[in-house]
Write a new protein. Structure first.
Length: 169
């Protein structure tokens, strides 16, 4: 029933030309819902929109965010596509194929593929800030780092680590 309502709302908004950039849309085979969150394309099997005008959503199924060279996978998410914010939870994996999204603060960065895993990742698409908490692990090249919390500045590509930071090279 929710999918029919979502499809009807989207069709009405698209027909009247009121759909905003980043608004959810169904895949051609109706197997997934996708939308834009800042410069990420978001895809999930189910999307519950609490309030279409404000943009509040819940993705109770696995969710994937992609953009050229990077991807993020998580078990579920909540957020707001109007404010370009999301909180991803459960087995979060951020993979950066080119090593350009993340570099350890104070280093020149290696431009090697990097992976960040955590329990929760908060994304602020406006400020381009990514905050990882819970079992934070970062791997790039031969370096492995763990910490309680990590903050990625998407503009400077710096990774700042906080609390119980342990580095292995």
């Amino acid at each position: 029933m929710n999918r029919r309502i979502l499809t009807a709302i989207l069709a009405a908004l698209l027909f009247t030309g009121q759909a905003a950039f980043g608004a959810p849309s169904k895949s051609p085979d109706n197997s997934a819902v996708g939308f834009g969150l800042s410069d990420w394309h978001v895809s999930t099997g189910e999307l519950d929109i609490q309030n279409y005008q404000t943009g509040d959503f819940t993705a109770p199924q696995p969710i994937t965010l992609t953009r050229p060279g990077s991807s993020i996978h998580a078990d579920r998410a909540v957020g707001n596509f109007v404010r370009k914010q999301a909180t991803l939870t459960g087995s979060v994996v951020l993979h950066d194929d080119n090593g350009v999204l993340t570099k350890l603060s104070g280093t020149g960065g290696s431009n090697k593929p990097a992976t960040l895993t955590c329990d929760t990742l908060q994304i602020d698409g406006v400020s381009k800030t990514y905050t990882a908490t819970g079992n934070v692990h970062f791997n790039q090249g031969g370096s492995q780092v763990s910490a309680d919390r990590a903050v990625i500045n998407g503009a400077t590509h710096e990774l700042h680590l906080y609390g119980n930071v342990q580095l292995q090279q």
